[in-house]
Design a protein around this ligand. Structure first.
Ligand code: ADP
Ligand code: MG
Length: 324
C-alpha cells in the first residue's frame, strides 16, 4: 500500500473572474522512503496539489474532489480539522520556500523547536531542549546549543532553511513535503540543502515530495519525477527515464530551459517560448499545443491521455511511441 495515494484529484477555486480549474484530474502515489519530484512552471498546480494533501486549501473558495486522497491508509477527506492538524504536525512535515513562513520571528529557535517536543511528543521541558539541540546538530548547524538562543533573523538564508527542516523533521514524519525549498537560495547553498534532505531521508526512511519549478534541482535527488502542466500530469516516471528518454515535448523544453547540476556540458539554455496557460480558460486539446514546436493539427482538439513509453514511464503526447 502506498504511503500517499491520490486518484483523480480535481481542485477548483471560485474567484471574482469565475471558476479557476487549478487541478484537472491527477494521480499521485508515494511509497515509503521514496523521493518524488513534482515539477512544472509557475502556476502549473504544484503547490495546490501539495496543499490538497496537507488539507491547507482555503475552505471558502476551494472545491476538492478525488476518487482517493489517502495518507498512510487513512482517508484524508474524512478527517476533522483537528485530526488533520495532528497529521500535519506529526506525520507530515512541511518545508516552504521561505522558512520565515513557518518560523515565528519573535521567538527563539530553541523555544520553537522545544515547543514541538513538548506539544507533539509529550517531552518535559529539559528533554525537549536537548532534543532541540540534537535537531540543530542533525541539520548541520554549528554550535547547536548556543544557537538555540538565537532568533530566526540571526541565521543566514541557508541556515534558516536548515532550521525550517529541523522543525519539519522534529517528529520524525513519514512524509516530508518540501515546496520550492531551495528556490530562494544561491546555487552552492541549494546543493547543500538538497544534500541535507537526502541525508535526513536516509537516516529516517522518510518519503519526500519535492516540489520545484527547477528540473535541474531534481536530477540528483529524485527517484521519480512527475511533470505538471495546466493542472495535469503530462509526464511521469523514474527520474532517469524522464531525463534520458523524455516523452513529452514540454519536459524537453523544461530541460533545455534550466541549468543542470548533474551535466557538465549542457549547451546553451533556451527559455520556453510563449506563456503558461490560463486556468480560467481551459483548452480543449493539449494545453501545451500553443507553445509546442512539434505541434500537429489534432493537438488543438484532443486532450492526449498518458500513455506508456517505458517501464513505469508515461507521457501525454500523441508523439509517444512514434519516432520523431
Ligand atoms: P505552482 O505550480 O506555481 O505552485 P499553484 O499550485 O500555486 O502553482 O497554482 C495553480 C493555479 O491555481 C494557478 O493558476 C493559481 O493562480 C491558482 N490558485 C492557487 N491558489 C489559488 C487561490 N487560493 N485562489 C484562486 N486561485 C488559486
Ligand atoms: Mg508553488
Amino acid at each position: 500500500m502506498p504511503l500517499v495515494d491520490v486518484k483523480d484529484l480535481h481542485v477548483t477555486f471560485s474567484t471574482d473572474r469565475g471558476e479557476a480549474k487549478a487541478i484537472n484530474g491527477i494521480d499521485l502515489t508515494l511509497t515509503e522512503g521514496e523521493t518524488l519530484a513534482v515539477v512544472g512552471e509557475s502556476g502549473s498546480g504544484k503547490s495546490v496539489t501539495a496543499l490538497a494533501i496537507l488539507g491547507l486549501l482555503p475552505k471558502r473558495t476551494a472545491t476538492v474532489q478525488a476518487d482517493a486522497l489517502r495518507f498512510d491508509g487513512r482517508d484524508l477527506m474524512a478527517l476533522s480539522e483537528e485530526q488533520f492538524r495532528r497529521v500535519r504536525g506529526k506525520e507530515i512535515g512541511i518545508v516552504f520556500q521561505d522558512p520565515m513562513t513557518s518560523l515565528n520571528p519573535v521567538l527563539t529557535v530553541g523555544r520553537q523547536l522545544s515547543e514541538i517536543g513538548e506539544v507533539h511528543l509529550g517531552m518535559t521541558r529539559a528533554t525537549a531542549q536537548s532534543h532541540a539541540a540534537d535537531l540543530l546538530d542533525q541539520v548541520g548547524i554549528p554550535q547547536p546549543k548556543a544557537r538555540l538562543r538565537d532568533y530566526p533573523h540571526q541565521f543566514s538564508g541557508g541556515m534558516r532553511q536548515r532550521v525550517g527542516i529541523a522543525m519539519a523533521i522534529a517528529c520524525k514524519p513519514k512524509l516530508l513535503i518540501a515546496d520550492e525549498p531551495t528556490t530562494a537560495l544561491d546555487v552552492t547553498v541549494q546543493a547543500q540543502i538538497l544534500e541535507l534532505l537526502a541525508e535526513v531521508q536516509s537516516e529516517m526512511n522518510m518519503a519526500i515530495m519535492l516540489v520545484t519549478h527547477d528540473l535541474g534541482v531534481v536530477a540528483r535527488t529524485a527517484d521519480r519525477v512527475q511533470v505538471m502542466y495546466a493542472g495535469r500530469i503530462v509526464e511521469t516516471g523514474p527520474a532517469e527515464a524522464v531525463f534520458l528518454r523524455t516523452g513529452m515535448p514540454y519536459t524537453r523544453a523544461l530541460l533545455r530551459s534550466v541549468p543542470r547540476l548533474d551535466v557538465a556540458d549542457e549547451g546553451p539554455l533556451r527559455p520556453i517560448q510563449g506563456s503558461p496557460p490560463d486556468v480560467m480558460r481551459p483548452s480543449k486539446g493539449c494545453s501545451f499545443a500553443p507553445r509546442c514546436d512539434l505541434v500537429a493539427a489534432r493537438c488543438h482538439h484532443e486532450q492526449p491521455p498518458l500513455v506508456s513509453c517505458g517501464p513505469g514511464h508515461r507521457a501525454a503526447c500523441i508523439l509517444v511511441g512514434k519516432t520523431p
